[in-house]
Design a protein around this ligand. Structure first.
Ligand SMILES: Nc1ncnc2c1ncn2[C@@H]1O[C@H](COP(=O)(O)OP(=O)(O)OP(=O)(O)O)[C@@H](O)[C@H]1O
Length: 661
């Protein structure tokens, strides 16, 4: 069965989405065997190469046409696509038309590598393209081809900045093809969102599209099925349709697919609502915070910073019972009492200001840990947000109840067609296949890479590491090369910024705190001698253009100052330099006091390291320890995602038994 979307599903007017069936044991085995034995099947790459020839043949024809002739050819092709769907012959012609249109409207003709990636995407695969290979332009191929065949497309990316930038950059191509483009970002009104979602191609972020889908679910309530919607329409209940934002889940092309489909899929998204906190609720929350601040770590509770967990100890439970004996009825129930204290301890010990949240204009604002950006309209659930507000002395907002929830795993499996692009997929290809049915296809680079990697350097202490970072920055700055320094959090970015100020090195900080200047900062990051300090966000999607003199000086130099939770994120940061065959270099400076190692002990490795006096050997052991920890964290995160996925499937099975008849 072809994985390619052909034509718009027959039920388009009824807001289609795929019914997610839990994968049974046989299905999983079949998928596994198919993946292992995929080399036995006719190679997709071979088929794609054949189609590539067809694209170039059609391209020669289109290149000789005038603009108006090209428009006429587009209309004829569109009619054929509506009638026959995206067959092999029509697909080559369609890609050739899109390529010619992009060449004329943007001055960029898709490279062969991009055409191959486009073919992989339209086949419902993850195209693994190296960083900087032009994923933004590549997405126009499957997006426009599907839309010309009548299938609405969502191009999903990780943040508002990229969604807006990509939609704006690619708009001329889509306009020349007669297609409408919408962009959904935070701050739009319902009407504006609805208008954007009604477009042929919608650029949006993963969070926005899932939340908007959940909002639609709340509007639909029990009227989820197409028949209900039809019935409502017949009864003249058009208002349901009118209040829906999305028009179904047809075809999604996910940029930075590993980040969206895996890294962010560890926690479900929740829509909550509720009234303002009552005086009694406020009293309970304040008391909980006061009690939590008196509790002593290791005596009353256990704290694991790396696992991000707190756990009450029996001593703590007894102490708590004593303290709340006469505090009122709320505190008499053990489960309720310990639950609120658990949250208060989480607010006190696990949620750090400037790392997990910011306090801006007297409000607690959550920082997205994947993008480093502020999520202004989001709050933590079930009183946790209010406890953080008490901790920071802010005015209390409303405590909210869960109204609807959705995991990324479930949401994306509901699309009729799903495809993804990323520079870092091979490590997680098994998971992408088993959860989403997405095969990974590696795409060759357009030009050979000229990235120089000098290998990692290890320092026993943070102090030594930061000194080395400053020395390296100064060396590159003196050579006239721009430097991008990747740091783990907003707080670390601020610390390094202070250090650079003391050294008299002019620099820019690209973090959640000053995101309004982001585009300007990124635009300047490739200028001679420019120093940019950035949180994870700059590791994803931002394109740094080099000034011509910088190319001669050796290109952009990237410094990684800490291994991230996943090696893929490190590779993304490295991918900021030496893009599209440009020169560039990458350096890793890490230390034995990095936050990755917090709370970790290693089977006597510390003792061994302290007994080793030779610094090359202790450096090697230190690096091995960091890499090993990173692997452990990756494994733990994969297991959290697996558990969430399995519990989601189980819930599905349970619902199928308890649903109303
Ligand atoms: N076919 C093309 N012709 C000329 N320039 C191109 C072409 N494709 C891409 N580019 C340029 O290459 C640069 C990188 O493109 P883009 O930012 O889309 O890469 P990317 O793969 O998304 O990078 P990342 O992996 O970092 O997200 C951009 O400046 C873009 O204009």
């Amino acid at each position: 069965m072809s994985r390619r979307p052909t034509r718009r599903p027959a039920s388009t007017l009824l807001r289609p989405e795929q019914k997610v069936k839990p994968a049974g044991m046989l299905e999983r085995l079949y998928h596994g065997a198919k993946r292992q034995g995929s080399w036995l099947l006719p190679s997709r790459a071979f088929i794609h190469r054949r189609l590539l020839g067809g694209i170039h043949r059609h391209g020669e024809l289109f290149s000789g046409m005038s603009d108006s002739e090209l428009q006429d050819a587009r209309k004829v092709l569109q009619t054929k696509l509506h009638r026959e769907g995206l067959t092999d012959a029509l697909l080559s012609e369609t890609f050739a038309l899109i390529r010619e249109t992009a060449g004329r409207s943007l001055g960029m003709y898709h490279f062969d590598a991009q055409l191959l990636a486009g073919l992989a995407l339209i086949e419902g695969c993850v195209a693994e393209m190296q960083t900087g290979e032009g994923k933004t332009l590549t997405a126009t191929l499957p997006a426009a081809a599907a839309t010309l065949a009548g299938i609405p497309v969502h191009v999903i990316t990780v943040n508002d900045y990229l969604a807006r930038r990509d939609a704006e950059l690619m708009l001329p191509v889509y306009q020349a093809l007669g297609l409408s483009v919408g962009c959904v970002v935070q701050g739009l009104s319902q009407e504006e969102k609805k208008k954007a979602y009604a477009c042929d191609i919608v650029y949006c972020t993963n969070k926005d599209v899932v939340f908007d889908y959940l909002r639609d679910q709340l509007v639909l309530k029990d009227n989820q099925s197409p028949l209900h919607l039809h019935g409502g329409r017949l009864k003249g209940k058009a208002s349901i349709d009118e209040s829906l934002l999305l028009r179904g889940l047809h075809f999604a092309i996910v940029d930075e697919a590993d980040s969206v489909l895996l890294d962010e899929a560890r926690s479900p998204l929740v829509i909550s609502g509720g009234k303002g906190a009552s005086p009694e609720q406020q009293q309970v929350l304040s008391k909980a915070m006061a009690l939590a601040s008196e509790m002593v770590v290791d005596r009353d509770f256990k704290l694991d910073l790396k696992q991000r967990s707190v756990q009450l100890r029996p001593e703590g439970e007894t102490w708590l019972k004593e303290q709340t004996r006469h505090a009122g009825s709320y505190w008499s129930g053990k489960v309720r009492r310990e639950d609120i204290i658990h949250k208060a301890l989480t607010a006190r010990c696990l949620l750090e200001k400037d790392h997990h949240y910011l306090v801006r204009d007297g409000k607690v604002q959550i920082i997205d840990e994947h993008t480093g950006r502020i999520m202004a309209d989001r709050s933590w659930e079930q009183g946790l947000h209010q406890l953080v507000e008490i901790k920071e002395g802010c005015e209390l907002t409303a405590v909210r109840d869960t109204l609807a929830r959705m995991t990324y795993q479930r949401f994306f499996r509901q699309y009729h067609h799903l495809a993804g692009m990323t520079g870092t997929a091979h490590e997680v290809s098994g998971e992408l296949w088993s959860v989403y049915g997405l095969p990974v296809i590696p795409i060759p680079t357009h030009r050979p890479s000229r990235r120089c990697y000098s290998g990692p350097r290890y320092f026993p202490t943070l102090n030594e590491k930061w000194q080395a970072v400053v020395v390296s920055i100064r060396r590159m700055h003196d050579l006239g090369r721009p430097v991008l320094v990747g740091v783990a959090s907003v707080a670390v970015a601020e610390q390094l910024s202070e250090l650079l100020r003391q050294e008299g090195l002019d620099h820019q900080v690209l973090s959640a705190v000053n995101d309004q200047h982001e585009a300007d900062i990124v635009a300047q990051a490739g200028l001679p001698g420019q120093i940019t300090v950035a949180t994870q966000m700059a590791g994803r999607g931002t394109d740094i253009k080099l000034a011509p003199v910088v190319e001669e000086a050796g290109g952009l130099h990237v410094i990684l100052t800490e291994y991230h939770d996943a090696s893929r994120i490190d590779r993304q940061l490295a991918g900021r330099c030496a893009r599209q065959g440009d020169p560039g270099s990458f350096e890793v400076l890490v230390s034995g006091e990095d936050s990755l190692l917090e709370g970790k002990a290693f089977m006597g490795l510390e003792a061994l390291m302290s007994s080793v006096t030779s610094s090359p050997l202790s450096g090697r052991l230190g690096l091995a320890r960091l890499k090993w920890t990173q692997k452990q964290v990756e494994r733990r995160h994969a297991s959290i995602r697996r558990q969430l996925f399995q519990s989601d499937e189980k819930q599905d099975e349970r619902l199928s038994f308890t649903g109303s008849g």
